[in-house]
Design a binder for this molecule. Structure first.
Ligand code: ZN
Length: 490
């Protein structure tokens, strides 16, 4: 076991070093350094990959003598990782890297000139490679299962589709009902918020919620993210908009939610592949919980509103707690996913999930994609993109070859409420904790039930062990109806 752990630690160190280089690339690196940096990252990542799938690892796994549950979990997870890696020929990985390198450039060009045909042949190639990838990985029911499994291990298309359909049938009429009552006033969040104060206020609240700055830090980047260099160094980035409160503040809470998950992994897993989030859905459940279920809740703002008002007297001096709470929870169907509110966000994901399945199954041709996109957007959200740049071209994911990724965003939303309801049952006066600005009871519950496990438990095991049930749409739907029904007097 000792030799195996040392070997795995060397692999982990290579990946962690690559993460530092990638973080620097998005934060401080001068633009001209990109070419050399990409090569450095690629070298480290491929060294780590080769070491992982090497005969040496296989032999060490065979001869290891586990004497704890952690040892047994480690062997099981690494064996599975290697087995999956062996199924995909390296020629296919290289083809995907090359195709996505080109597709990303074409996507940027297509988006800026609103010219879908520039991207279409590249997307066709990506879809073709994803189908080959799915065939190589293998699946029981349909190719999309294999793609989904890369990001949400164990989830199946059939199961996810059933859960999403349940949400959509209920959600589409609910959104129509809400928007029919007239839009809530978003005004107060679109005033002048000095950037330095946004920076400090967001970080102060994230720290108060439990983001440990002895083992983390915040920097600026164009696209916010969190990244882990080890359990003891997990960082976040934030972007600032002078005249919009939401992106920095809720973005910081979101990324801090991801980071708190990684900071909470059991230190005995450090240096092993188990020291990671177990699925993207569970990861997103943590960011969404702090962003929305805590950060957009009334009890939280009963605590935080006097503070935000003192920090931004010019913007919020004449605003009431109720007015502010309504502004940060305004529901307004939009064509842009990243600007979507808590209610409509899942519909954006379901649209992508459906189209991805149809592309992989060959049921929709790439040239018809813009039309299909716009029609569904209009049917579900009541808004139609003005052009393809704000329609089918808005997201980078497909150009990167990441088909099967989108559903994890909505799964995270659903899981966040399932977990939150379970935490609330264990801590019945949770709202009072928030009103006092105390979050340690919730964090401790998450540490025990979710964070500490790393990849030792699957997403499904985490849900079943901590909530008593598998993935379910009902808690999220009930939450949304309760909260936004009340806000809209429905
Ligand atoms: Zn996230």
């Amino acid at each position: 076991m000792d030799t195996l752990r040392k070997h795995l630690a060397r692999i982990t160190h290579l990946n962690q070093a690559a993460a530092v280089l990638e973080w620097d690339m998005e934060t401080y690196m001068p633009e001209g350094g990109a070419e050399a940096r990409s090569q450095q990252v690629a070298t480290l990542r491929s060294m780590a990959h080769e070491m992982l799938v090497s005969d040496e690892t296989v032999a060490l796994l065979e001869h290891a003598e586990p004497d704890s549950d952690v040892d047994r979990d480690l062997i099981r997870v690494v064996q599975k990782d290697i087995e999956k890696a062996h199924r995909v020929p390296s020629s296919l990985i290289a083809a995907m890297a090359e195709a996505s390198g080109r597709a990303k450039g074409a996507w940027q060009k297509a988006r800026s000139s609103n010219d879908f045909p520039v991207f279409a042949p590249h997307l066709e190639r990506i879809v073709d490679l994803c189908v080959q990838h799915a065939e190589a990985l293998g699946y029981d029911d349909q190719p999309y299962d294999a793609l989904l499994d890369q990001y949400e291990e164990g989830a199946t298309t059939r199961q996810v589709a059933a859960v999403f359909e349940e949400v959509r049938n209920d959600l589409v009429p609910f959104v129509k009902e809400l928007t029919g009552t007239g839009m809530l006033c978003e005004g107060p969040v679109h005033r002048e918020y000095p950037e330095d104060d946004q920076w400090a206020f967001g970080l102060e609240m994230a720290e108060r919620m439990g983001y440990d700055l002895n083992h983390g830090r915040q920097d600026r980047s164009a696209h916010p993210f969190s990244t882990s260099f080890s359990i003891s160094d997990v960082r976040i980035t934030t972007r600032l908009e002078k005249r919009f409160f939401n992106p920095a503040f809720f973005g910081t809470l979101h990324e801090a939610g991801h980071a708190m998950y990684e900071q909470g992994i059991d230190p005995v897993l450090e240096g092993t592949p188990l020291a990671d989030g177990t699925s993207l859905g569970i990861h997103e459940s943590q960011s969404r919980m702090w962003e929305n279920l805590v950060g957009r809740s009334l009890p939280f703002w009963e605590f935080a509103f006097p503070r935000v008002q003192r920090t931004f007297p010019d913007a919020l001096g004449d605003v009431s707690l109720d007015g502010f709470y309504r502004a940060i929870n305004a529901v307004a169907p939009s064509t842009i996913r990243v600007e979507a509110d808590e209610v409509t966000y899942n519909l954006h994901i379901m649209l992508r999930f459906e189209l991805e399945q149809e592309m992989i199954a060959g049921k929709v041709s790439i040239k018809d994609l813009p039309q299909e996109w716009n029609d569904r957007m209009e049917a579900w959200l009541g808004v139609r993109p003005q052009d393809d740049a704000e329609g089918v071209l808005q997201d980078i994911h497909w150009s990167l070859g990441a088909i099967g990724y989108f559903p994890t965003y909505a799964l995270g939303n659903l899981m966040s409420v399932q977990l939150f309801e379970a935490a609330r049952e264990a801590i019945p006066d949770l709202d009072d904790h928030f009103r006092r600005g105390e979050f340690s009871a919730l964090l401790a519950w998450l540490r025990t039930n979710v964070h500490q496990w790393g990849r030792r438990k699957t997403a499904d095991q985490i849900l079943v062990d901590s909530t008593g049930s598998h993935l379910s749409a009902a808690p999220w739907m009930a939450y949304v109806k309760r909260k936004f029904g009340a806000l809209h007097g429905a």
